[in-house]
Design a protein. Structure first.
Length: 243
């Protein structure tokens, strides 16, 4: 069970630490202070997760139960790999019988039971390679992809929303009936068109903001539960074409 960490610590490191003024820029110093004082960072270290992002997935699962029935999982934007660690565990994935495929254009250290593709998810051949790697029909697609920041807020926003859209189309193409799709999005940023597409294809579509997602961040997650199956998605497409 995932509980939000309390403001003490079990790593032996005190919270509320300051970084000395020195060579670091003020913004970098603020980032470093926030990082070393973040209870989720400390808890990730303690529990062996590669990133604090693990607790976002665990908190979402605790409330919405998406990992329980997962047999094969595709993890988009996976590095450094905390979501893949959880995915491998819940699917009992092994190197001999892999049930998790992960993709990131950044290098990711290998993880037992996880087939890692180092490539851009937007590449034309990425979907096919992911399906090949996961070894069967997935019933969970998770995406924590965020576009690398350019410093221009609007551009970053649009790029991440685009990743979310492409991930949604991919999920609709590959999921088993009854499967779920979870993707990072931004507050107020989900296009009506994307929401409609998901609502046509899934029984339930909601926005979630786990406690581990920083309150000051505009990050949100879009959760689409209960894929209706390819027949429903083809019918929705036909209806759209007829309209
Ligand atoms: C927030 S991190 C993911 C953290 C991960 N869920 C974990 O638990 O360790 C987002 C990742 O998305 C990746 N990413 C962004 N755009 C991508 C793309 N087009 N193709 C593949 N990976 C992408 C980034 O390289 C980055 O590693």
């Amino acid at each position: 069970m995932s509980k939000p960490p309390v403001a003490g610590n079990r790593t032996g490191r005190k919270l509320g630490q300051k970084v000395k003024k020195g060579k670091l820029k003020a913004s970098s110093r603020r980032w470093l202070e926030r990082h070393i004082n973040d209870p989720y960072v400390q808890r990730a270290k303690l529990e062996g997760y590669r990133a604090r992002a693990a607790f976002k997935l665990l908190e979402i699962d605790e409330k919405h139960n998406i990992l329980g029935g997962a047999r094969r999982i595709i993890d988009l934007g996976a590095a450094p790999g905390s979501w893949s660690q959880i995915a491998a565990k819940v699917t009992d994935s092994t190197d001999a019988d892999p049930r998790v495929a992960a993709i990131d254009f950044l290098e990711m250290d290998p993880l037992p039971g996880v087939r890692v593709l180092q490539m851009d998810f937007l590449d034309d051949d990425a979907p096919e390679k992911l399906i090949e790697a996961v070894g069967g029909t997935p019933n969970l697609v998770i995406s924590d992809m965020a576009a690398p920041t350019t410093g221009h807020r609007q551009t970053d926003h649009i790029r991440t929303m685009h990743l979310c859209e492409v991930a949604a189309h991919f999920a609709i193409e590959v999921l088993a009936e009854g499967g779920h799709f979870l993707a990072k999005t931004f507050q107020g940023g989900t296009e009506r068109e994307l929401l409609n597409l998901l609502k046509q294809n899934f029984k339930q579509v909601i926005h979630v903001k786990p406690g581990a997602s920083r309150a000051e961040s505009v990050e949100m997650f879009l959760l689409a539960k209960g894929f209706k199956g390819r027949k429903a998605s083809d019918e929705a497409l036909e209806a759209e074409e007829d309209a």
